[in-house]
Design a protein around this ligand. Sequence first.
Ligand code: UT7
Length: 290
Amino acid sequence: MDTSDEWITQRTGIKERRIWENAPDDAASELGFLAAKNAIEKVQILASSIDTVICATFTPDNFFPSTAALIAGKLGIKGGFAFDLSAACAGFTFGLSIADSLIRSGQSKRVLLVGSEVVSRSLDWNDRGTCILFGDGAGAVILEASDDDKGILSCVNYTDPNGAQSLYLRSWGEKRFLVMEGQKIYKYACKLMPEMVEQALAKINMGVADIDLLIPHQANARIIESVGERLGLGAEKVVVNVQKYGNTSSATIPLALEEAWDGKRIKDGDIVAMTSLGGGITAGAIIMRF
Ligand code: UT7
């Protein structure tokens, strides 16, 4: 294809990404299952204690049954509430917001939220404007109620249908691949992600100065840099790992969160902001105290 490592590095910051070659039809549930299994092992709980499974994905195994139901099956979780969430690259922040509401309302006790994407199966490999950007991946978190002042403090979710034609993947027809007007989405991302963070902070009377770490959706290193600058955050406060995985859609934030956590970039009591932007246009932000 007419592209180069130099162009990709300069324009996107991406150096590597993961592609599941010849991925099977159940690849989204399998990747999601593996991420969920890791999360369950880390916190040492029984999978059977999870009563809700949410899978954010735009590359589900099927229209139905949901990828969440299949992940629940692979984990041996019976009963409960399992469903997929379609918000493209904002799927993880939308999912955190829903999980938070389910727990606060008492409907769910322990929620497994998975972002799982096999984007490689939905790309036009002749379109250099998209096929160089995306990778396959999954991340998972487990949420439950707590009595302390930690956890999700504020959520903002946003949808602008005016941008629906700028980033999409059709369900029907011959051309079943991701289509994107890159520059338009770039502008949406640079504008909306900082706005979402500011709105989420304002809801709880906090300001940017309160943020210890920002975990933005990982689509392009230049976008991440711009979001950090617009918020006035130094580079040391912004997590970037797009160079390793490319854009894995709903999986980028949990992948970056795990790296930040394992790398001890998050300390007890830290305020962490997450923000996302995806097809829809969807956008959101979450403020958490760890
Ligand atoms: O996760 C959902 C959110 N997604 C995003 O946030 C992605 C947002 N968009 C982007 O990250 C960037 O717009 C892209 C990386 C997709 C494109 O970067 P850009 O700096 O906006 O490039 P452009 O579209 O303005 O294209 C500049 C030039 C064009 O050539 P001409 O017209 O100037 O001759 C393109 O044809 O670069 C060309 N080009 C490429 N050249 C080499 C576009 N893609 C490539 C490529 N390799 N892969």
